[in-house]
Ligand binder design. Structure first.
Ligand code: SF4
Length: 191
């Protein structure tokens, strides 16, 4: 997988201060897309174990509320297979931090079983995402006053505990350093 950018302090894509990963590759081709360079699966840098380690460390400070995945398209099948591994680690190390994910696909139609983008990783990925912002960006529905989304058709779906306001009372990172080191040791098969 390639990625376009990691934002260390993102205050626009979910509640609080967040770490954001902009992945590369998107087949939605929404007219007016804010990030068309990321449609190309080869755009940007290669996502490596070091990239993952960096993200896990960036999440460590207490003031970081959580991780946001966007792009590009996190639910393109090529990206799901990598991102599910990242999300597993994030939830294991930081169970109280929230994960937000933006997708141009529609939750019920595309991501659930039987949908075009449903893969062997999708159910697990969805189980690790607290809030999903779904739907294509539609220029005709664009509204710059909306919080956390670009067009009115897009939905903010609280898949698990945390809603749009976030309810992360304690973003604790107890023993995170040790856990990241332990995970790195077990990652020898990672590619
Ligand atoms: S889903 Fe997002 S990245 Fe993909 S074309 Fe639409 S707005 Fe752009």
């Amino acid at each position: 997988m390639k990625y376009a950018q990691i934002k260390e302090y993102d205050i626009a894509d979910g509640p609080g201060v967040r770490v954001s990963l902009f992945v590369s590759g998107c087949r939605n081709a929404c007219p007016g897309c804010f990030n068309p360079e990321t449609w190309d699966f080869d755009y940007g840098k290669t996502y490596t174990l070091e990239t993952e380690d960096r993200i896990l460390r960036l999440l460590m400070p207490e003031y970081i509320e959580g991780l946001t995945l966007l792009g590009g398209e996190p639910f393109e099948p090529e990206n799901q297979s990598v991102l599910v591994g990242l999300l597993r680690k994030v939830k294991r190390i930081y169970p109280k931090k929230t994960v937000w994910c933006y997708t141009g696909y529609t939750y019920e139609r595309d991501l659930l079983q039987g949908g075009d983008k449903h893969t062997s990783h999708t159910d697990e990925m969805l189980s690790l995402i607290d809030v999903l912002v779904d739907g294509r960006f539609l220029l005709a529905e664009k509204d710059i006053t909306l919080l956390y989304r670009g067009s009115r058709n897009q939905r903010i779906l609280a898949l698990h505990a945390a809603g749009p306001e976030g309810n992360c009372e304690d973003s604790g990172a107890v023993d995170a350093e040790q856990q990241i080191a332990d995970i790195a040791k077990g990652d020898s098969n990672w590619k």
